[in-house]
Design a protein around this ligand. Structure first.
Ligand code: HEC
Ligand code: HEC
Length: 432
């Protein structure tokens, strides 16, 4: 615990110090040696209305079947305990466009509770219609993540929250202090910060409140959780067979389980990073890695954030954080709950349906990539196998999202009957 706290403080301080100097020259030209900056449109874009807090936004019950009680307690940092008023303040901030430089983009713009806290886009869109390079993950169950972001560049939810606020393609504030000043200009916020923290708004309290709210977003109680709790009929035969395949011939448990030899029924991640060969357009990653070494200061989270969201060095993944060659193209193994609400898939949103995802795994990823994880193998799954694994994945939907998930499953199934851009029968059925 202690070291976690220490690293949290250090990381946070580093950000604050960087805050003003590094951020100002950041985007325009000047100090940030810029490779091709992709997707940075600055054309006018009618700002989308900020998704408001509806029934899906409420703090969730801790009494859900399948909820890991001990891990949930352990995910609350000692220096940021949960209180009802702090959570309430965090919720207001999460849904407030005034956190962004032009009042148009809130956290909820890209993490909409009605979509299980994602945005439905392949890659996210921030202020002035600027697109980034990555798909927005859900914040449901993010409190259990050992690291945050696809490349794990932040450790805690508190550290994480600073980065979108100051990223020029997301909320665009010149510094965290500028965001604090905007919030402090609102009387209700001054009062609320006073009540919760006993002082005027400041950066640390702001991200602490947001993180407290995020830690209330726990999502279990799915048909699969009821099945694990002993209700055999909670999922159908197809889903039961899919779960067995997940842990055997499908090899999913090689990464989507805490350990390869114990079934994982909770979060379906090893908290590790793997290159599973998602990159759709082949790129010269070696040249890109050299560029990153020269242009992105190692350990500078703000610089890594910009490279990840705003440049095509984004494809380097975990390498941007660790600078280890073996991490080139490696991304974090995500949790697999509520997938029917979080489409499209993978770090770049390149795969539209779960059939596309399964087609990708079935051929063993993009073969021939020297950094491809050795656990990626052609699987030889039949169409029925694929349907069954998807039936199992669909059973990980929490009850709140049952209806939209059924609609989305039907949409994906229909699409998959005509469009399977990632299916490769020759490779899928090749011997290992
Ligand atoms: C413009 C869209 C956008 C906005 C605004 C935004 N995010 Fe995100 N968020 C993303 C994207 C895209 C990622 C993944 C980026 C990456 O991994 O490089 C992400 C990642 C995250 C993660 C990590 C989850 C995980 O599983 O690793 C959390 C937590 C999160 N955002 C919370 C927030 C909070 C809190 C705010 C507001 C302060 C916010 N986001 C604002 C798009 C956005
Ligand atoms: C070698 C490790 C590994 C194996 C094996 C593996 N996964 Fe993954 N999975 C990952 C990683 C890492 C990602 C994120 C990769 C990326 O976006 O580049 C991922 C992403 C996904 C996603 C997308 C989730 C999202 O939110 O976008 C789904 C769905 C998924 N995996 C399901 C499966 C299934 C089903 C299997 C078995 C057929 C499987 N995985 C096998 C590591 C693995």
């Amino acid at each position: 615990m202690n070291s976690v706290l220490r690293s949290r403080q250090t990381a946070y301080l580093a950000l604050l110090l960087l805050g003003t100097a590094a951020l100002i020259g950041g985007c325009g030209g000047g100090s940030y040696p810029s490779p091709r900056v992709a997707g940075q449109q600055t054309t006018r874009y009618p700002p989308q209305p900020v998704p408001g807090t509806g029934p899906f936004a409420r703090p969730r019950s801790l009494q859900q079947i399948g909820l890991p009680a001990e891990a949930t307690r352990a995910a609350i940092p000692r220096d940021n305990p949960q209180t009802a008023e702090k959570i309430d303040l965090g919720q207001k901030l999460f849904f407030d466009g005034r956190l962004s430089v032009d009042d148009t983009v809130a956290c909820s713009t890209c993490h909409d509770p009605a979509r299980a806290f994602t945005d439905g886009n392949a890659v996210s869109v921030g202020i002035k219609g600027r697109t980034g390079q990555r798909n927005a993950p859900t914040i449901l169950n993010a409190l259990y993540n050992k690291t945050q972001f696809w490349d794990g560049r932040a450790q805690t939810l508190e550290d994480q929250a600073v980065l979108p606020i100051v990223n020029p393609s997301e909320m665009g504030q010149p510094s965290l202090d500028a965001a604090v000043a905007r919030i402090a200009s609102v009387k209700e916020y001054r009062k609320a910060f006073g009540r919760v923290f006993g002082r005027q708004p400041n950066g640390l309290d702001l991200v602490s409140a947001i993180a407290s709210y995020e830690r209330t977003q726990v999502s279990y109680d799915s048909p699969f959780d009821h099945f694990v709790a002993g209700d055999q009929g909670a999922i159908d035969t197809a889903a039961r067979r899919g779960w067995a395949l997940f842990n055997s011939r499908g090899r999913c448990n090689k990464c989507h389980a805490l350990s390869q030899d114990r079934l994982d029924v909770t979060n379906f991640t090893d908290h590790g990073f793997h290159n599973i060969g998602v990159m759709v357009v082949p790129r010269n990653v070696v040249a890109m890695a050299h560029l990153a070494e020269q242009s992105v200061k190692a350990g500078d989270m703000v610089a890594v954030d910009r490279a990840a969201i705003q440049t095509d060095m984004s494809v380097l993944g975990r390498f941007l954080v660790t600078r280890r060659d073996s991490d080139i193209g490696a991304f974090k193994t995500p949790n697999l709950r509520n997938l029917l609400l979080t489409a499209p898939y993978f770090h770049d949103g390149s795969h539209e349906t779960l059939w596309d995802v399964l087609d990708h795994y079935n051929k063993g990823g993009r073969r021939g990539d020297p950094n491809l994880d050795r656990d990626m193998q052609p699987l030889g799954l039949t169409e029925r196998d694929i349907d069954d694994v998807i039936a199992y994945l669909a059973s990980l939907t929490s009850p709140d999202y049952r209806k939209p998930a059924l609609r989305e499953l039907a949409r994906q199934r229909k699409l998959s009957q005509t469009t399977r851009p990632y299916r490769d029968n020759v490779k899928a059925f090749a011997s290992k």
